[in-house]
Design a protein around this ligand. Sequence first.
Ligand code: FAD
Length: 423
Amino acid sequence: MIENPSNWAGNYRYRAVQFHQPETVQQIQELVVQGSKLKALGTRHSFNDIADSPGDIISLEHFNKIVALDREHHTVTVEAGVRYGQLARWLYGEGYALHNLASLPHISVAGACATGTHGSGDKHGNLATAVSALEIVTASGELVVLSREKDGDQFRGAVVGLGGLGVITKLTLDVSPTFEMRQDVYENLPLAELEEHFDELFSSVYSVSLFTDWRKATFNQVWLKRHLPDHAPTHLGPQLFRATLAASPLHPIAALSAENCTEQMGVRGPWYERLPHFRMDFTPSSGEELQSEYLVPRQHALKALRVIDQLQEYIAPLLQISEIRSIAADDLWMSPCFKQACIGIHFTWKKDWEGVQKVLPLIEEQFAQFDARPHWAKLFMMSPVRLQSLYEKMPDFRRLLEHYDPQGKFRNAYLDKYIFGVS
Ligand SMILES: Cc1cc2nc3c(=O)[nH]c(=O)nc-3n(C[C@H](O)[C@H](O)[C@H](O)COP(=O)(O)OP(=O)(O)OC[C@H]3O[C@@H](n4cnc5c(N)ncnc54)[C@H](O)[C@@H]3O)c2cc1C
């Protein structure tokens, strides 16, 4: 039994009364039948209270097995607490790949999918778009399976489910044949140059990330993650839209050592050692940072970046680094990319909540014109009413939660406020 642990960043201490670490589905079912307030917990990487419960927390940390690889249908079924890093390495050994990964491989599959976690790539939806089936212990203790093939709307509502439908015990994910990648970094891309070549740059390779500290209208680094067919040319030009090829490996925060970062300098390697920015074998136990992110409909991306540039004087002093990524549209009700391709504008802040909570409303006020949606698992200040208005499927999602959880066992302060709240 864990006593009142904190989230990964240490900025949130769970208020739950009790923590359970069950080892079997039957134990989860018993806990759910007996409990009146519960919430599932993954690897605790969320920055807000989304995973907390006023009653008990059910940690999925013992649900860490890979259950089955279906070579005929190209799917893998995993227990919900499996971390992407573990799964990815195993899949590579079996000759398969996932379509994308987040910046960090240490997060659980269930927790990442429940919050619409994403990587980057014009053609790639967030990580939840790979889910083809979910097994869930719902409020009655019943084990329910929802699949993309059979359950249409209910499935599309459940995948980015914010932990509100119950305890997910297994997920089935689409996989593709394995591939290799190379990663190259360019330095100092002026914003004006990006404005000229935005689509060209983001569509040029499998995955693109831009990093900036917003101290000037320049992106300090451009990370290009390139899918390598067998005979791809390996030479890259020294310039990319006035950015310069880096002469040595870089951390997104240039002052930090790149030893924890995945390999760069064009070295060929497995997809799972290039798609994340950070290496699996480097285990950060906690982070001296806070994070926020807004998903801006792609057509507004450049205007949104200009807006942030104009807020430089407020943002830069609090910022460690900001990252810009692209994510394809999807059909998952609570995905911030529902029916719209988005550009993610992410902020890794210094651990100064007092300061950050003053600057978030400035960003949100400016981003309102773009209907930007906040990342569910990061820090935001938007009112529940405003947030709800950004999701056309919000009423259906509420009905779905009420259907599977009529007494609100899995509701916590976060869901009460942002999904059911009116203030
Ligand atoms: C260093 C760092 C880097 C990050 N990088 C990225 C990134 O690149 N892209 C991005 O989009 N986000 C990123 N995030 C955010 C992160 O992906 C989310 O916080 C994600 O939810 C983490 O998964 P978790 O297992 O830790 O979730 P938790 O924080 O443990 O839980 C999150 C939610 O998932 C639910 N949940 C978890 N397990 C289950 C289950 N078995 N059944 C039902 N519900 C469940 C919880 O109830 C809760 O609602 C990052 C976070 C950190 C700390």
